[in-house]
Design a protein around this ligand. Structure first.
Ligand code: THU
Length: 126
Protein backbone atom coordinates (compact mmCIF):
# COMPACT_ATOMS: atom_id res chain seq x y z
CA UNK A 1 0.00 0.00 0.00
CA UNK A 2 1.39 3.40 -0.94
CA UNK A 3 1.29 6.66 0.99
CA UNK A 4 -1.76 8.16 -0.77
CA UNK A 5 -3.81 5.06 -0.01
CA UNK A 6 -2.76 4.99 3.65
CA UNK A 7 -3.53 8.69 4.03
CA UNK A 8 -6.94 8.11 2.51
CA UNK A 9 -7.61 5.32 4.99
CA UNK A 10 -6.76 7.71 7.85
CA UNK A 11 -8.97 10.43 6.38
CA UNK A 12 -11.83 7.96 6.02
CA UNK A 13 -11.40 6.70 9.58
CA UNK A 14 -11.46 10.29 10.84
CA UNK A 15 -15.15 10.35 10.02
CA UNK A 16 -15.70 7.95 12.94
CA UNK A 17 -13.83 10.02 15.53
CA UNK A 18 -15.76 10.60 18.73
CA UNK A 19 -14.76 14.10 19.75
CA UNK A 20 -17.80 15.97 21.07
CA UNK A 21 -15.77 17.93 23.64
CA UNK A 22 -12.82 19.22 21.61
CA UNK A 23 -14.50 18.96 18.21
CA UNK A 24 -11.00 18.03 16.99
CA UNK A 25 -11.36 14.83 15.03
CA UNK A 26 -8.38 12.58 14.35
CA UNK A 27 -8.07 9.44 12.25
CA UNK A 28 -5.08 7.11 12.02
CA UNK A 29 -4.17 4.27 9.68
CA UNK A 30 -1.30 2.00 10.64
CA UNK A 31 0.40 -0.19 8.03
CA UNK A 32 2.11 -3.33 9.29
CA UNK A 33 5.21 -4.89 7.76
CA UNK A 34 3.05 -7.71 6.40
CA UNK A 35 0.67 -5.33 4.66
CA UNK A 36 -2.24 -5.15 7.04
CA UNK A 37 -3.87 -1.84 7.90
CA UNK A 38 -5.39 -1.01 11.27
CA UNK A 39 -7.31 2.18 11.79
CA UNK A 40 -8.05 4.20 14.90
CA UNK A 41 -9.82 7.37 15.95
CA UNK A 42 -9.74 9.58 18.98
CA UNK A 43 -12.36 8.60 21.52
CA UNK A 44 -13.19 11.29 24.05
CA UNK A 45 -15.10 10.99 27.31
CA UNK A 46 -17.15 13.22 29.59
CA UNK A 47 -14.33 12.58 32.06
CA UNK A 48 -11.91 14.35 29.75
CA UNK A 49 -8.72 12.71 30.93
CA UNK A 50 -9.90 9.32 29.74
CA UNK A 51 -9.59 10.37 26.10
CA UNK A 52 -7.59 8.05 23.87
CA UNK A 53 -5.84 9.39 20.77
CA UNK A 54 -6.35 8.00 17.29
CA UNK A 55 -2.77 6.78 16.99
CA UNK A 56 -2.82 4.76 20.19
CA UNK A 57 -6.24 3.39 19.32
CA UNK A 58 -4.80 2.06 16.04
CA UNK A 59 -1.63 0.72 17.67
CA UNK A 60 -3.49 -1.13 20.40
CA UNK A 61 -5.89 -2.65 17.88
CA UNK A 62 -2.94 -3.79 15.77
CA UNK A 63 -1.10 -5.30 18.72
CA UNK A 64 -4.25 -7.09 19.81
CA UNK A 65 -4.32 -8.69 16.35
CA UNK A 66 -0.72 -9.86 16.72
CA UNK A 67 1.07 -7.11 14.76
CA UNK A 68 4.23 -5.56 16.17
CA UNK A 69 6.17 -4.30 13.16
CA UNK A 70 4.95 -1.17 11.48
CA UNK A 71 5.98 0.35 8.17
CA UNK A 72 4.04 3.57 8.44
CA UNK A 73 1.26 5.45 10.13
CA UNK A 74 -0.91 8.14 8.59
CA UNK A 75 -2.56 10.65 10.90
CA UNK A 76 -5.41 12.75 9.55
CA UNK A 77 -6.55 15.95 11.20
CA UNK A 78 -8.12 19.21 10.05
CA UNK A 79 -4.82 21.07 10.04
CA UNK A 80 -2.11 18.41 9.66
CA UNK A 81 -0.99 18.59 13.28
CA UNK A 82 1.61 16.23 14.66
CA UNK A 83 1.26 13.36 17.12
CA UNK A 84 1.16 14.10 20.84
CA UNK A 85 4.06 13.06 23.03
CA UNK A 86 2.27 10.06 24.47
CA UNK A 87 1.58 8.65 21.01
CA UNK A 88 5.18 9.28 19.93
CA UNK A 89 6.38 7.25 22.89
CA UNK A 90 3.95 4.40 22.22
CA UNK A 91 4.95 4.33 18.54
CA UNK A 92 8.65 4.30 19.51
CA UNK A 93 8.10 1.13 21.50
CA UNK A 94 7.69 -0.68 18.17
CA UNK A 95 10.48 1.09 16.29
CA UNK A 96 11.82 4.51 15.44
CA UNK A 97 11.95 3.83 11.72
CA UNK A 98 8.19 3.83 11.26
CA UNK A 99 7.27 6.48 8.70
CA UNK A 100 4.72 9.07 9.82
CA UNK A 101 2.45 10.92 7.40
CA UNK A 102 0.82 13.99 8.93
CA UNK A 103 -2.14 14.79 6.75
CA UNK A 104 -4.41 17.83 6.80
CA UNK A 105 -8.00 17.44 5.66
CA UNK A 106 -7.08 18.70 2.21
CA UNK A 107 -3.84 18.81 0.31
CA UNK A 108 -0.30 17.63 0.85
CA UNK A 109 0.92 15.76 3.90
CA UNK A 110 4.21 15.97 5.73
CA UNK A 111 6.43 12.88 5.90
CA UNK A 112 8.67 12.19 8.89
CA UNK A 113 9.61 9.27 11.15
CA UNK A 114 8.93 8.29 14.71
CA UNK A 115 12.62 8.78 15.56
CA UNK A 116 12.51 12.31 14.16
CA UNK A 117 9.46 13.08 16.26
CA UNK A 118 11.02 11.67 19.43
CA UNK A 119 14.76 12.37 19.51
CA UNK A 120 16.91 10.85 22.27
CA UNK A 121 14.00 8.63 23.16
CA UNK A 122 13.70 6.23 26.03
CA UNK A 123 12.77 2.87 24.58
CA UNK A 124 12.93 -0.88 24.92
CA UNK A 125 16.62 -0.92 23.98
CA UNK A 126 17.61 2.09 26.09
N1 THU B 1 -5.51 13.74 19.63
C1 THU B 1 -5.23 12.61 18.93
O1 THU B 1 -6.12 11.80 18.65
N2 THU B 1 -3.94 12.39 18.56
C2 THU B 1 -2.90 13.23 18.82
O2 THU B 1 -1.75 12.89 18.57
C3 THU B 1 -3.18 14.55 19.39
C4 THU B 1 -4.52 14.72 20.02
C5 THU B 1 -6.90 13.98 20.05
C6 THU B 1 -7.12 13.90 21.53
C7 THU B 1 -8.34 14.75 21.70
O3 THU B 1 -9.49 13.95 21.49
C8 THU B 1 -8.25 15.77 20.59
O4 THU B 1 -7.29 15.29 19.68
C9 THU B 1 -7.85 17.15 21.06
O5 THU B 1 -6.70 17.11 21.82
Amino acid sequence: MDAPELVQRARDARGNAYAPYSDYRVGAALLTDDGRVFTGVNVENASYGLTVCAERSAIFTAVAAGARSFQAIAVATEDGASCCGACRQVLFEFGGNTIVYLAPADGAWKTTTVANLLPEAFGPDA
